[in-house]
Design a protein around this ligand. Sequence first.
Ligand code: ZN
Length: 866
Amino acid sequence: MADMHSPTAAAPSVIRRADYRAPDWLIPDIALDFDLDPALTRVHATLSVTRNGDHERPLRLDGDGLIPLEVKVDGRILDQQQWHLDAGALIIPLSGDAHSVETLVELAPESNSKLMGLYASGGLLCTQCEAEGFRRITFFSDRPDILSRYSVRLAADKARFPILLANGDPIEQGDLDGGRHWALWNDPFPKPCYLFALVAGDLACNADRFVTMSGREVALGIWVKENDLPRTAHAMEALKNSMAWDERVYGREYDLDVFNIVAVADFNFGAMENKGLNIFNSRYILADPETATDIDYDGVEGVVAHEYFHNWSGNRVTCRDWFQLSLKEGFTVFRDQNFSADMGSHAVKRIEDVRILRAAQFQEDSGPLAHPIRPESYMEISNFYTSTIYNKGAEVIRMMALMLGAERFRAGTDLYFDRHDGQAATCEDFVAAMEEGGGIDLGQFRLWYEQAGTPHVRALLTHDPLTQSVELTLEQTIPPTPGQPVKQPMAIPLRTALFDPATGGHRGDELLMLTEAQQRFTFTDFASTPILSINRGFSAPVIVETNRSQADLAFLSARDDDPFARYEAMQQLMVNVLVGRIAGQQVDESAVVAAIRAMLTDPTLDPAFVAETIRLPSEAYLGDQMPVVDPDAIHAARDALQARIGAELEPLWRDVHAKTKANAFAISPAAKGARKLHNAALHYLVAAGAPDGPAIAFTQFGEADNMTERQAALGTLANGDSAEREAALDIFYNRYCADALTLDKWFQTQAFALHPDVADQVEALGRHKDFTLTNPNRVRALYGAFAGNQWGFHHESGKGYRLVADCIIALDKLNPQTAARLVPPLGRWKRFDQGRAAMMRAELQRILAEPGLSKDVTEQASKSLE
Ligand code: ZN
């Protein structure tokens, strides 16, 4: 049913992986001279260019919105006939094989609302170049396989911009007339231009040092606004831990004399790994107990590590082209996940990571925007910084690490880093290094790079009492995805154990490789039917269906020695009950209640693990289990089960809530675990409808000495209607309205609320005086959160769709990249009833009809209609 929509602008052109060609010209050196000013910045660039190969093609330097004020070749000014512009790019025919090319352009950073290129944020000047922002700063060959040595001179007003930072090492600085000053930075490592960065501003520094394994001293600096300095300690700790971890686990050492991080308030995503000068969204740097939750603390640790790890997986070895993005992102996410696990709990970290994968990536992989971790084509590369590239990419690396084992995996990464240091590499290079260094054949495994879609695995266990053998039949199917109607069977590593219900034990964990569409595995010497524990540790990013009974799942939820499998059994137990209830069937909920009781009363368990495991699956995850998502039925069923669990175990919840109350704040794993369980107990208590529930939540809100408990109490209250709800929201607002990051939580908590009027509330909040489209964090806090609130966003009136579409249309004019991120929730229309689907499509069509729509939103909205 291909129906018509008529985007007004010509369809953006498609870039294909197969079309890759080596660059015509190389640029071994670049010198940049910035005369900085928010209203008018002048950029003078000197490029050494050399012809690459035998060809007659002119030099083509990408540009986006730039007008050359002057073009010189080998020191001589070219007249206007000797160059021209083509789609923003500067074209210069050159006769020799090596030339010096100079350009001069002017920029207006303070009116750069896209936050790509050079822009102003809270009085600072800063840059973001990945993926294609450098062409908004100067004419250059803006592709990651052009590696250049950078020398950067910055000049600015000394009073407004006392600190001048760029990549690499500081060389020299001095004063100029008229209250201005300058600084010269040099980066000895050739790098692609997406890693270029500068920052100018009035910044204070948390300064520290790190001595590398070879004994070199590195000066570390975290630069923030003066009054934010007390909130940088956790980030600094994380940085030093990351540096030590990469030496210990991967043998990789830092390579410059300085490592700087700057926090900025307006940023399109999390952070950026610019060589020697990481630039961060302030939400991933600033943390203190008063304003940051434990999730925020973990976010800081994880993102600081992620960007630091990029120094090897991304910078020293970079990407040949943007189709290889997962080469650096998937690998680096894998590295930061393992780092965070080592800093805290492996079990809890794995559960959290899988929850994120299922919530974001599985949804993407089953919708109109599904793509392989190495895509074949794109219109706008910014749209491919996806959960598939990052999180599924990390899972693919994790499977290789699992199949190889720690030592051989390390041999593979050693070979990869050594062989490709200083190069722009491909995903294939990585896989080849794993094969050679690790000694494994990854032929079929490469399909993980080619095929999109989440594989489904059916696992059927049968027992033959006569032969005392067990047969496990595994069947895989990979659903069709855009452009890939038919799939080949993949290589799927499944960690498996068979439990003997009599002894409660098993004979060992086996790695089964499922490589065929259907495969049988036989196990002998089983007098009775064992219980199947499969995809332990979530060894493969697949959906597993089994024929296990509720009793089997209850057994595993109590006895499985793999913590992830134990969590998974509990989740499945809950899903089965909820899906049954949603379908209007009679279901026995007592097993769920009993399993939760058992968890809560087992003193040997880590409270953080308990808190994760007793949580009901999200409404969105339940939606994923249904052929047609019914948001109202899902909400009602989940709410009812929650109330029942709350009511039946009420004394226990009260007890747990009291026992997990801390005396003083600490950021240790134990203290974080206690808070998680404390909040879970509060949540169930309030869900139970206990008359004093809101009062208990309000007390927790008022007395907590940390944001984790305060925000959880607010969130719990926000789901209902009570005097306490309104009072707490007012108090929160008045206390934090001057602190943008914390005020984001006020918007976000209301947008996430499971409240029948949430759409109206979001609409009102969109008109609140503190709401602004110019700050991406604020937009995500309100509209991003709301679009992830299944019950509210999919309100049968269609109001939720309209709100989000209005936001996309308005934001697209300012910041297309951030606007495009809000499109995918509207694209999931195939999963909903006809009424909702029609309204979602109508909004996508309304967006596409907007004149002057960006390439970013055009790509996402048009693909979403297909
Ligand atoms: Zn990254």
